[in-house]
Design a protein around this ligand. Structure first.
Ligand code: ZN
Length: 305
């Protein structure tokens, strides 16, 4: 007992010390909240379209500040707010094709070629990609066309892009900076490019719809496969929290604001009318859009299935 008593005493003291420390120190170390998984680079959602599979891939997390909003009223209303966002790519795997929709950042501006890495993780070699559908040719969508070595990342792929989009960028008829334009041309250069007119069936089951305004030939892709439908909206909006409720609100990224706002409202209206599921490139949610009495829209998440 002589030996046990001091042990209890020591334990008692230790417990007391622990209790004191619990109150003296914060119970948990203070860290920033971890990012939601759907905002993390490499996060993948898988959607079944009959025998085809569609992957939504987060190429990188990003954020959009309220100061990017062009309308003063809304810029001031949300002043100081930073909205979390993503840069996404999509991969459609059908029985005879592997189709990438946009290519993300690649290794531009210190990015880590996430889309290529996601493909590798899934055992898909870049040369298995047969087609690349471009929603438009901005820097965060085309840069992934080149691999870390600066050469074509997808050796066998054919690029599909709307005719007005391709022409505008090749003729330097955009308002983007000289560097951004040069990057687009260099990213496209190693590839065979096929252009299409709006509403054409670009590939079996995939139609390119006119969503111009953000850029001259910005395209929404309607995919219909195995009795399932989904629309890939590209950059129809950047700040979903504001632009769904108020489709007239543009950001500085929209090249022709009036046209972009018109395309945004028309696209949301069509999605609501057709009950068409949708996802985009800069917001993580995949779901259904419904119209509101005030002319705005809301989007309800539909878990991937
Ligand atoms: Zn973009």
């Amino acid at each position: 007992m002589k030996t046990i008593q001091p042990l209890f005493a020591r334990l008692g003291l230790s417990l007391l010390m622990l209790l004191v420390m619990q109150f003296a120190l914060p119970l948990r170390p203070v860290h920033a909240a971890p990012a939601a998984p759907e905002l993390t680079a490499g996060y993948v959602e898988e959607i079944s379209l009959g025998k085809a599979t569609l992957l939504s891939i987060v190429d990188s997390p990003t954020s959009f500040e309220a100061r990017l909003i062009t309308a003063k009223e809304y810029r001031e209303k949300y002043a100081g707010t930073t909205f979390p966002g993503v840069v996404k790519t999509w991969l459609l795997i059908t029985q005879d094709r592997k189709i990438l929709i946009d290519t993300g950042w690649g290794t531009k501006h210190g990015h880590k070629a996430t889309t290529l890495n996601v493909l590798a993780r899934r055992g898909i070699a870049p040369e298995e990609i047969t087609d690349i559908l471009m929603t438009h040719l901005d820097i965060d969508h085309v840069s992934g066309l080149l691999g870390p070595d600066g050469k074509a990342a997808y050796l066998r792929a054919i690029i599909h892009v709307s005719e007005p989009e391709y022409t505008a960028w090749m003729q330097d008829a955009t308002n983007r900076s000289r560097d951004v334009c040069a990057n687009t041309k260099a990213s496209m250069a190693p590839y065979t490019v096929k252009t299409f007119a709006f509403d054409a069936e670009v590939l079996p089951g995939i139609h390119g719809r006119d969503a111009s305004g953000h850029t001259p030939g910005h395209t929404v892709y309607d995919i219909a496969m195995g009795g399932n439908r989904i629309a890939i909206l590209g950059d129809i909006m950047h700040i979903a929290e504001v632009q769904l409720r108020h489709p007239q609100v543009c950001t500085v990224y929209d090249m022709t604001p009036d046209k972009a706002a018109q395309s945004r409202a028309a696209t949301f209206k069509r999605l609501a009318k057709e009950g068409l599921r949708a996802g985009g490139m800069h917001f993580p949610m995949i779901g259904y859009v419904t119209g509101q009495a005030d002319g705005g829209f809301v989007m309800e998440a539909q878990p991937a299935q």
